[in-house]
Design a protein. Sequence first.
Length: 200
Amino acid sequence: MDIVCLDVEGVLVPEIWIAFSKASGIDELKRTTRDEPDYRKLMNWRLQILREHGLGLKEIQEVIATIDPLPGAKEFLDQLRSVTQVILISDTFTQFASPLMEKLARPTLFCNTLQVGEDGMIEDFRMRVENSKLSTVRALQSIGFDTIAAGDSYNDLAMIRASRAGFLFRSTPKIMEDNPDIPAFEEYPQFLDAIVSKLR
C-alpha cells in the first residue's frame, strides 16, 4: 500500500520564515533549511534573533494569517489525495501551521510544537521525534506502507532516499546539482504525473 509523504514549506506553501523576514525587516531570518541542514542549530539561531528584537508568537502568527498556499498547491494536493493517501511531514510547528492547513482543506500534518511563555515569547521548541521526516517514513514502512517522498530542502533528502520513489520540487540549484539522481520538478502538473506514475 502506497502513502505519499510531502514536505510543506517551499512545496505547498511559502517559507514562513522568509515571509516573516520580509514583514519584520530582519534579513537574517531569511535563512532556511535550504541553507542550513542542521535544523536545531537553525531554530536556536532564529529564537535568539526573535528575543533580540522582542518578537513573539503573536507577531509571527499575524504574518502567517496573510500567507496563502502557493498558486496551484491546493489543486495539486486535492488531486493527489483523490488517488492515494498523503501525509504532510514538516519541521514547522502546530502554532504556525494551523491557518495554512485550513486553506489546504485540513490534510494530515505531522509537525512539531513551540513552548511559549506567558509573555508570548517563544522560549523553546519541542521536536516530535529526532530526524522526524526519516523517522516517520521508516515507521510507516515498518507497518506495511510503501512510501513515496518529496521535498525541496536538505532536511528532505533522507526521507526521499529512504522511499521507494522520491522527488525534488522547486529545490535549489545546489541541491539538485548534488543529487542528480533524484528527479526534480518545477511545476505541479508534471510533479503530480511523476508521483502518480510510481503508485502501485
